[in-house]
Design a protein around this ligand. Structure first.
Ligand SMILES: [Zn+2]
Length: 156
């Protein structure tokens, strides 16, 4: 027994349509998941996903990537996310270094470039966005390649 999501009328049995307002009661469809990127063809065990979600999330939290990388070796799901997290981490480190070099060079050339280096630093937030996407995917039990850098196959 339940109630209509739209009008609140009582529903009898497994009524899929509300007898009062006619609203469809898609009770079997789960809440829409927030997932990002392209789904991979690789198969993952549901059990593996459930057991290793936490490790998969840690893959996107900086140094905590060591957990899925070294402690959850047997989990395909954690390993997949470790690969994605590693791509984000390395790209982010590379980017920070590039920004550092550019900042030194531009500062020598003219202080007027300060806004440029400021923009570069702000653009670095893109890596936080990618990490957040990866975390959402992991939490939702999805194995998806993150935009742009998700294609890097750093782990086999
Ligand atoms: Zn209704």
């Amino acid at each position: 027994m339940g109630f209509c999501k739209k009008c609140g009328s009582e529903l009898k049995g497994n009524a899929e349509v509300c007898p009062v307002c006619g609203a469809v009661q898609d009770k079997n469809s789960k809440k829409k998941k927030a997932v990002f990127g392209e789904k991979v063809s690789q198969e993952f065990d549901e059990e593996d996903i459930q057991e290793n979600k936490v490790a998969a999330v840690l893959a996107y939290l900086g140094i905590l990537i060591v957990v899925p990388l070294f402690l959850s070796k047997d989990s395909k799901f954690a390993r997949f996310h470790a690969g994605q997290g590693l791509a984000v981490l390395l790209a982010s480190i590379g980017y920070q270094m590039a920004v550092g070099v550019m900042t030194s060079v531009l500062t020598v050339l003219s202080w007027r470039f300060y806004y440029l280096t400021g923009i570069m630093r702000i653009a670095g937030a893109a890596f936080m966005v990618l990490s957040a996407m990866g975390i959402m995917n992991a939490v939702n039990g999805e194995a998806r390649e993150l935009p742009v850098i998700g294609k890097w196959k750093l782990l086999k």
